[in-house]
Design a protein around this ligand. Structure first.
Ligand code: AMP
Ligand code: DBH
Length: 562
């Protein structure tokens, strides 16, 4: 089979592919039969619990999940989605999410994992870059009507002279779009089983071809699409499930957006399902309600970003919730400080696992066999013995062992390039990906994240490229120049500050409304807006982001939003 047309050729050079196959990292496993295999191996054991789009409680066994996936895949195929089609999936953490993703895999379609926060600007770019043939979304999510976004995607496709995507809404009211309930009746067990029985077998798939598209916070103006192959992604979830000790007794609460690479794969929804465990989808991020879910479902594992971990500590105090079932709290997505780590372990009395990962590939975990000190003070070590790490100085030379430098990595589940060859500067000629993080390596291989060199804002795990928002700002008629920098924030770790040069005095609220109206995710709207006569420059006349960051941090004193 030739590689997917979205790829320029094989995803990895043959020399490396041969090595990863021979070592057993890459197997024949593909995601097309992921759900069917789950039914076969884990059968009646619970697989997914949560609510559906209407808020009704649902629990599916592994066998029922496979039926739901087969019925959903067949329904989406009838709606016009075919093998090889990229399909943007944008849903909250409802049970249909899992059925849609596994259903798309089953018919050989390629899910694009959009976040619920993404808006017109991001979605239209995903559609263009992935040449997406479909969009599956919910009706109203957190006050946003996604049927309107579906209309905009269709209009954008038509304006670009492309075929309009197939749009499917998971809601009682499709608003003119196809309704998932009409394509696959997941709520009626008999109808679901009948639809699954009538569905064809899983689509054939080449393990080394494109399976799914993840998204990156990125460092340049447009969002980055990340092509992940079956073999590489499957290895990462299998190995993650092993490292994290997942098995039939695992009950993982998914509270971060299901689409996020952390929630999906580290070990995440896919890792836990693979191991025969149960995923409990939290319909809310409210820490108090999540603690109730922990008690009710006897949750053993949960993945949090640092601000949510702090909110859980606060919510536990006086809640009376019985959280004794918790075995491990994973924290990742942004730096977790040692003092916060100590507070979390003291409050919950269970194991903390730090996770330093990236949707591009490399994932680091602290291990349960590590001395407790390492889980408190490091961000873990790579999944695989085949993960190659080079830590470089500014001239591209490797730093002395233990010194901080720029992380670059290559390995059996790290991509060799973004979709469409975007941002080629992030990959060196030997195929190493430069993550933009500054790290230090301890003798045992554990990494400590010290900072970063990329122009990115990491707002409590929600990341975006400064340049993307700067491009929106300079579209404002009054703005002559704009720089977006991260400023320290006690709650989120970082917030964003837009520093503007303008031809008149601008109202910060108006500037923020302008960015919002450009159709971007809310977390990208600058938390603060300040105006300057001029921007500081470096010796060679480039804008000095570092100086701006330092000045603002001093001025704002970590005071947060305004
Ligand atoms: P992305 O490439 O958008 O998937 O985001 C991955 C980036 O998130 C990494 O390159 C880091 O900058 C950041 N990140 C993820 N986990 C951690 C962590 N545990 N500590 C510090 N930074 C993290
Ligand atoms: O931040 C991330 O992108 C991330 C964090 C933890 C990730 O992709 C992962 C684990 O897989």
């Amino acid at each position: 089979m030739s590689p997917h047309p979205l790829l320029d050729g094989p995803a990895y050079p043959e020399e490396f592919a041969a090595r990863y196959r021979a070592a057993g990292y890459w197997t024949g496993d593909v995601f097309a039969d992921f759900a069917d295999r789950g039914a076969h191996v884990h059968g009646a054991a619970p697989a997914v619990s949560g609510v559906d789009h209407a808020g009704a409680p649902v629990t599916w066994s592994h066998a029922e999940l496979a039926e739901a996936a087969a019925a959903t895949g067949a329904g989406l195929a009838r709606a016009g989605i075919g093998a090889g089609d990229a399909v943007i999936v944008q849903l909250p953490n409802i049970v249909e999410y899992v059925a849609v993703v596994l259903g798309l895999f089953r018919i050989g379609a390629i899910p694009v994992f959009a976040l619920p926060a993404h808006r017109r600007s991001e979605l239209t770019q995903f559609r263009r870059i992935a040449r997406a043939r479909g969009y599956v979304t919910a009706g109203r999510v957190a006050g946003c009507d996604h049927r309107g976004l579906a209309d905009e995607l269709i209009a954008d496709a038509r304006a670009a002279g492309a075929e309009a995507p197939v749009t499917v809404v998971v809601d009682a009211d499709g608003g003119g779009h196809a309704r998932l309930a009409d394509l696959a009746d997941l709520a009626d067990p008999a109808a679901r089983a009948a639809a699954a029985a009538a569905a064809g077998p899983p689509a054939p798939a080449d393990p080394e071809d494109l399976a799914l598209i993840q998204l990156s916070g990125g460092t340049t103006g447009t969002p980055k699409l990340i092509p992940r192959t079956h073999a590489a992604y499957h290895y990462s979830i299998r190995a993650s499930a092993g490292i994290c000790g997942c098995g039939p007794g695992t009950r993982m609460l998914a509270v971060l957006p299901a689409a996020h690479n952390f929630t999906m794969s580290s070990p995440g929804i896919l890792g836990v399902l693979w191991a025969g465990g149960e995923v409990i989808l939290a319909p809310t991020t409210s820490p108090r309600r999540c603690l109730e879910l922990v008690e009710r479902h006897r949750v053993t594992d949960v993945a949090l970003v640092p601000p949510l971990a702090m909110a859980w500590i606060a919510a536990l105090d006086g809640s009376g919730a019985d959280v004794s079932s918790l075995r491990v709290i994973q924290v990742g997505g942004a730096k977790f400080t040692e003092s916060a780590a100590r507070r979390l372990t003291a409050a919950f009395g269970c194991r903390l696992q730090q996770v330093f990962g990236m949707a591009e590939g490399l994932v680091n975990y602290t291990r349960d066999t590590d001395p407790p000190e390492l889980a408190l003070t490091t961000q873990g070590r790579p999944i695989s013995a085949a993960d190659e790490i080079r830590i470089l100085d500014e001239d591209g030379a490797e730093v002395a062992e233990g010194e901080p430098g720029r992380l670059t990595t290559r390995g059996p589940y790290t991509i060799r390039g973004y979709l469409g060859g975007a941002d080629p500067g992030s990959f060196d000629e030997e195929g190493f990906y430069a993550s933009g993080d500054v790290v230090r390596r301890l003798p045992g291989g554990h990494l400590v994240v010290e900072g970063r060199v990329k122009d990115q804002v990491n707002r409590g795990g929600e990341k975006f490229a400064a340049e993307e928002v700067e491009n929106h700002l300079i579209a404002h008629p009054g703005i002559l120049d704009a720089v977006v920098v991260a400023v320290p924030d006690p709650g989120l770790g970082e917030k964003s500050c837009a520093v503007l040069v303008a031809d008149r005095e601008l109202d910060p609220a108006e500037v923020r409304a302008f960015v919002r109206a450009r159709g971007v995710a809310a977390y990208k709207v600058p938390d603060r807006v300040v105006q300057r006569e001029a921007l500081p420059t470096t010796g060679v006349g480039k804008i000095s982001r570092r100086e701006l960051r330092e000045r603002l941090a001093a001025e704002l004193g970590g005071a947060g939003a305004g």
